[in-house]
Design a protein around this ligand. Structure first.
Ligand SMILES: [Zn+2]
Length: 353
């Protein structure tokens, strides 16, 4: 076989191998096998030196043609395979934009948070500012400065969570600490009166703690919203007018409000406030136990004794205070029969609001 025949047979063999290469790696292996340093065509070309000078031009021309033909075949097959690889990758990684998206449930405020916000908003409209204080409180602010006598039942360890006193100060209750979890947000009112000159118009929402077993109408931790007004010439009429406005803003303009005499250490005179039952419109039903009224808050005129603790002149100033439970307000507004729902984190309940 002449060397030219050999070259042509190599070209045919290589062209078939290039056409058969299934992917870019196989194509590269084919290139190395024919055109690489140890490739078949390279080996043939090395043998050119042994040819006679007459033979060399013809063989050289054919070998160049073969090399060029193979290089061009490799190039075209490579472009072909690269395009195919890209296409299959695009197919594999394709995003189906017609698929429905994954729905994420956005977080929302707890019903109690929203109830507090709503009530704060109503009072902000009347010019009240929000005041805050510590949850862990001194006996002095929680009881003494609020005119609560030392033997008052609320001060017993069965009603109040006492915290071990780290100050080393003498305890206010025999055998007990004078540090406690506040049972009301009224300490915030005392702290405000200590630091602020009247006029004072504040609302103090916050968590309070009592040693109650959780049941449909009690929680050991709940949210209280208290208000305090101190100014010149404040009367019981101002208190009544304010609460009537607020109750209607919370429950609706068709509601009626009544005050019943009551006793609180901090206020004198004191009253409990009822709002007309929304279920029976005041006619009497099971929800209001037949009375047509539902108790929603306690209130009264600030006892002049309290002014004595905080250095406010009772001859010049008078004021009123009131307090309500956010859980109770929300339960009445949304007909929730059991306060424990608010602290159980059951999404089936929470999603209803
Ligand atoms: Zn009723």
């Amino acid at each position: 076989m002449s060397i030219i025949d050999e070259l042509q047979s190599l070209q045919a063999e290589a062209a078939a191998a290039i056409a058969d290469a299934a992917d870019l790696a196989a194509l590269d292996a084919t290139r190395v096998a024919y055109l690489g340093k140890k490739g078949s065509l390279t080996a043939v070309l090395r043998g050119l030196g042994a040819l006679s000078p007459e033979e060399r031009p013809a063989v050289g021309k054919v070998s160049n043609e073969v090399r060029q033909a193979l290089e061009s075949a490799l190039e075209s097959r490579q472009a072909d395979l690269a395009a195919r690889a890209l296409e299959s990758r695009l197919t594999a990684e394709a995003v189906d934009v017609t698929l429905p998206g994954r729905r994420r449930a956005p977080g929302t405020s707890h019903l109690i948070t929203r109830t507090v916000d709503e009530i704060v908003e109503i009072f902000a409209g009347l010019g009240y500012k929000v005041a805050e204080g510590p949850d862990v409180e001194l006996d002095y602010y929680n009881f003494t400065a609020l005119n609560t006598p030392p033997d008052h039942p609320a001060r017993t360890p069965s009603d109040t969570f006492y915290v071990r006193d780290l100050t080393g100060e003498p305890t206010a209750v025999a055998g007990e600490s004078d540090v406690l979890l506040r049972t009301q947000t009224s300490p915030v009112q005392v702290r405000t009166m200590e630091n602020t000159k009247p006029p004072i118009y504040i609302l103090s929402p916050g968590k309070v703690y009592r040693r109650d077993i959780a049941d449909p109408s009690h929680l050991p931790q709940f949210t209280q919203i208290e208000g305090l007004v101190i100014d010149e010439g404040i009367t019981f009429g101002d208190l009544k007018g304010t609460l009537e406005h607020v109750c209607r803003a919370i429950f609706g303009s068709d509601r009626r409000v009544r005050l019943r005499p009551h006793f609180f250490p901090f206020t004198e005179p004191s009253a409990e406030v009822d709002v007309s039952c929304g279920v029976c419109a005041g006619k009497g039903c099971r929800f209001c136990k037949g009375s047509g009224w539902i108790e929603i808050l306690g209130c009264g005129m600030v006892d002049p004794n309290v002014f004595g603790y905080v250095g406010i002149d009772p001859e010049r100033y008078s004021g009123f205070a009131f307090g309500m439970g956010a859980e109770r307000i929300a339960a009445l507004k949304y007909d929730i029969p059991d306060l424990r729902h608010f602290i159980e984190s059951d999404m089936r309940f929470l999603r209803q609001f």
